[in-house]
Design a protein around this ligand. Structure first.
Ligand code: ZN
Length: 296
């Protein structure tokens, strides 16, 4: 059965009061962290929000695949074979006169650390001018709201694709939709959403999923959102079905096409679910791909 990441989060909430062992599935708190790097003349900061753990039981990664096959891929990468770990993060782009945040993490409902990571970067929520959303799953829009239910980024314009906003209004959290609606400005993928930042249509994971390409001089970086989740499994076996893709076939097609393009262009990538800080490059590797994290 395919369900959204929201279902996984609901499981974690249900388990919140249960034993420590039971909490080993779903989002887990992680310490705040902020890591700066450059794209051309711009400073970007990777911000940590949380961790996410899934069991290797064929229900989340490699649906329809023998978990022993999944274990083999994990072991080859030197990772534990019984659980799959993802990080959750967001990306800050510092431009002259603008502070842009791409995705907002899980938010206070799940003890997300992104707000504390932003503070480590020396930025207050009120200073954020633009929030760019890749898609409207809870680990990307949960941080739009504070613990008291108000707007987390009160002076920011919230940008997302028209298709994703349409999906959120029809199927998303109604209270969150009401709260953010006055600040939302939709775009059509391909549009420039800030100086040097272009929205890139990466439909597949969700109906209006978008990445963001940041260009400064001859340097560039693509925030791929949830085109790929695990830096190990989603790359080594991009055709395998993942629970989080709302449309498995569309998610698979987008993942393979995007990874193929990135392995050819060799441009830098930010992936919010890859190991923090999630900055590196995609390389072709056998029948799939491999993650080469930036040394910096
Ligand atoms: Zn996600």
């Amino acid at each position: 059965m395919k369900t959204s990441i929201l279902a996984g989060l609901a499981v974690a909430v249900t388990l919140a009061g249960a034993s420590r062992a039971a909490q080993a599935v779903g989002p887990l708190p992680a310490p705040p962290a902020a890591r700066s790097f450059r794209v051309g003349t711009l400073t970007l900061v990777a911000l940590r929000d949380a961790r996410f753990v899934a069991r290797n039981d064929g229900k989340t990664f490699g649906i329809g695949v023998d978990p022993a096959q999944v274990a083999l891929v994990l072991r080859r990468a030197g990772a534990p074979a019984d659980e799959i770990y993802l990080d959750v993060g967001g990306l800050l782009v510092k431009e002259p006169g603008r502070l842009i945040l791409i995705d907002t993490g899980l938010g206070p409902a799940f003890r997300g650390a992104l707000a504390a990571s932003l503070a480590q970067a020396g930025v207050t929520p009120a200073e954020i001018t633009d929030v760019l959303i890749t898609h409207t799953h809870a680990d990307h829009v949960g941080g739009l709201v504070t613990a008291t239910g108000s707007l987390a980024f009160p002076h920011a314009t919230i940008r997302l694709s028209g298709a994703e906003w349409g999906w959120m209004r029809a199927h998303g959290d109604a209270a969150l939709v009401r709260l953010i609606a006055p600040q939302v400005r939709t775009f059509v993928p391909g549009e420039s959403v800030a100086p040097g930042v272009t929205a890139v249509g990466l439909t597949g994971h969700t109906p209006g999923h978008a990445g963001y390409e940041i260009v400064s001089g001859s340097d560039r970086l693509l925030d791929i959102g949830d085109t790929a989740h695990s830096a190990i499994i989603s790359l080594a076996r991009p055709a395998w079905t993942i629970e989080f893709d709302q449309d498995a076939a569309a998610g698979r097609a987008s993942r393979i096409a995007t990874l193929t393009r990135l392995a050819r262009s060799h441009e830098r990538v930010y992936a919010p679910h890859f190991p923090f800080p999630g900055v590196g490059r995609i390389e072709a590797d056998g029948e799939g791909f491999a993650w080469k994290p930036d040394p910096n």
